[in-house]
Design a protein around this ligand. Structure first.
Ligand code: SF4
Length: 320
């Protein structure tokens, strides 16, 4: 993999050769270009820091424990490309932080003390920026935890660097005593190139179940028709569309957030399609966590944002 680092509008840009070759550079509205090249809007830095309130759920240096049944291991803060809408973009530019053996031991100790955690999500940054040697160390360490039923790996490698899904990595997943699930992150049908689909096939042939999460991005994929095309192609490749997320208004990323009302309209349209194709829609509600709207929830638009009432009649606020 060759990576190109440069700056635009004073912001750091990181691109793999593979992803750069997929961009139509003559088209300033190219949906792949808009995901990785900064705009003037980003410079303004408008948004809410730590919108999801993750900091208060940091159980250890590299471990987030927010929901009772699962925990997230932030194995590395490095990524193949920098997505301009990323809610963790506040980490960019800090010295590299990669999990050490001691951090892994601390995480295991914490999980042992919390046996209700049955699922580990290995995330980042992008955990697949780590070497196979490091990933082997992580897998071997968590293999010993009998309370874990499954391990999810969340990565954008299929989009940015499909060659990363190599024989060595697949063999690590296959040899593990845990069931691995791979969670990809595709936002637009143009991301599904030949190399990417070949890498999806390698994962499937290795027996890894696959899910996809998509972020709803203003001006990039905020059309039901386009999303159905993406989800239908993914399902056809054996990847189950799992979540469609509202884009969190992180500082310098809020220009990608669609109005919640519009997101709900798109979701309503998606719900007309088969359950194999249509993912769940979810948004982060400050003070509550991830919400997938269902009949028990009441969402009312006000001047400053949305008043959201939970099925237990508790009120929350989602800013515009
Ligand atoms: S790969 Fe994930 S963590 Fe990295 S910049 Fe993109 S969205 Fe953020």
């Amino acid at each position: 993999m060759r990576t190109r680092a440069r700056k635009k509008h004073g912001q750091a840009v990181l691109l793999t050769d593979y992803f750069a070759s997929r961009i139509d550079w003559k088209n300033q509205s190219d949906p792949l270009l808009l995901q990785v090249i900064p705009s003037e809007n980003e410079k303004a830095g408008i948004g809410v820091p730590d919108f999801c309130g993750e900091k208060k759920f940091m159980a250890a240096d590299f471990l987030i424990h927010r929901y009772p049944d699962r925990a997230v291991l932030l194995a590395s803060d490095q990524c193949f490309c920098l997505c301009r809408f990323c809610f963790r973009k506040g980490m960019w530019g800090r010295p590299e932080k990669v999990i050490t053996d001691k951090d892994i031991e601390t995480a295991i100790k914490y999980l042992k003390a919390h046996p209700g955690v049955r699922e580990l999500v290995i995330s980042g940054g992008d955990p697949l920026t780590l070497s196979n040697r490091k990933i082997k160390k992580i897998i071997n360490s968590f293999d010993s935890l009998s309370q874990l039923n499954l391990i999810r790996v969340a990565s954008r490698a299929l989009t940015f660097f499909p060659g990363r899904i190599d024989a060595g990595l697949l063999s690590l997943f296959k040899k593990s005593r845990k069931q691995f699930w791979f969670v990809s992150h595709f936002n637009h049908p143009d991301e599904l190139g030949r190399e990417t689909l070949a890498a999806v096939k390698r994962l499937r042939l290795a027996g890894i179940p696959m899910l996809n999460q998509t972020v709803l991005l203003k001006g990039i994929n905020d059309r039901a028709e386009l999303l159905i095309d993406l989800f239908s192609r993914l399902a056809g490749a054996g990847v189950k569309p799992y979540y469609l997320f509202q884009c969190d208004p992180a500082p310098g990323a809020s220009h990608f957030s669609t109005d919640l009302e519009k997101s709900l309209e798109i979701y309503e349209e998606l719900c007309r399609y088969s359950g194999v194709i249509a993912p769940r829609f979810a948004f982060e509600l400050p003070g509550y966590g991830k919400v997938s709207p269902s009949p028990g929830w009441n969402i009312v638009k006000t001047k400053r944002g949305y008043r959201v009432t939970s099925p237990r009649k508790k009120n929350y606020f989602y800013p515009l």
